[in-house]
Write a protein that binds this ligand. Structure first.
Ligand SMILES: [Zn+2]
Length: 251
């Protein structure tokens, strides 16, 4: 039990430290661009405290608390035969300037219909995330939506799902690089995976030309451009947890 308390304390400390970074970036964005939206979110998160939580998805402390509630609520629906699946929708990439138009409900409805049509009938739980694929030319950059799902391991249905993910219309969403639209992994620690998929921190994948002139990408990291990071927080703040969670076949 003590172990659990120690882990919780560690997570809260990390969330507090993360919020400090976020507040500093919001402040910088406000001072540079003098747009009130940054200041309003800065004030909201700064005054977040016990008894008066801001409940914003931009707030690492509130997300940390929400993650705990989600884990308790959903973990018992998911069986031992479950596996961890990531589905990437290249065709639905979102240009950076259209982030405010990002519509989670449309993507979730489309996927839910497909999963049911394939025949999945046990509970599937997960989340919708987007990563910023950042190119040297900001205009080429986009957010790439993907689902992290905890699914029953049903091989025949997976084959159909893989065919759907590998359809031309999806792969043509991004030409010139190798696309891997469906990744499947074994689950070692269900609670750990639920926490991983409910971080709701949109990250950056930097793309650049290597010294042979080949397009390549670096590893996932915090969004490096302060304005884009601040804008991602602004967008997260406008979303509810239910917008980003994915549920299928829950009664
Ligand atoms: Zn908060």
């Amino acid at each position: 039990m003590l172990g659990g308390i120690a882990i919780n304390n560690k997570r809260l400390l990390a969330a507090n430290a993360e919020n400090k970074v976020r507040l500093s970036i919001l402040n910088k964005a406000y001072l540079k661009y003098l747009n009130n939206k940054y200041y309003i979110l800065f004030e909201k998160m700064k005054s977040c405290e016990r008894r008066y939580y801001c409940n914003s998805l931009a707030c690492a402390v509130c997300v940390n608390r929400i993650q705990k509630e989600i884990t308790y609520k959903y973990i018992n629906y998911l069986g031992n035969d479950y596996i961890f699946v990531t589905l990437i929708f290249y065709r639905d990439k979102i240009p950076v300037i259209k982030l405010s138009k990002f519509n989670p409900a449309r993507l979730k409805d489309k996927l839910r219909k497909k999963l049911k049509a394939i025949g999945f009938d046990k509970p599937i739980f997960g989340s919708l995330e987007i990563d910023l694929h950042l190119y040297k030319n900001k205009g080429d950059s986009y957010y790439l939506p993907h689902f992290h799902l905890l699914m029953p391991n049903e091989q025949l249905k997976f084959k159909k799902l893989r065919d759907y993910m590998k359809s031309n219309s999806n792969l043509q969403g991004r030409i010139g690089v190798k696309n891997r639209p469906m990744l499947v992994k074994r689950i070692d620690n269900l609670e750990g995976i639920i926490r991983y998929i409910t971080k709701f921190m949109w990250c950056e994948i930097p793309w650049y030309l290597d010294n042979k002139g080949k397009l390549t990408h670096g590893s996932k990291r915090r969004i490096s451009n302060n304005r884009l990071f601040a804008d991602s927080l602004i967008r997260l703040d406008k979303l509810k947890i239910s917008d980003l969670l994915f549920k299928c076949n829950f009664q």
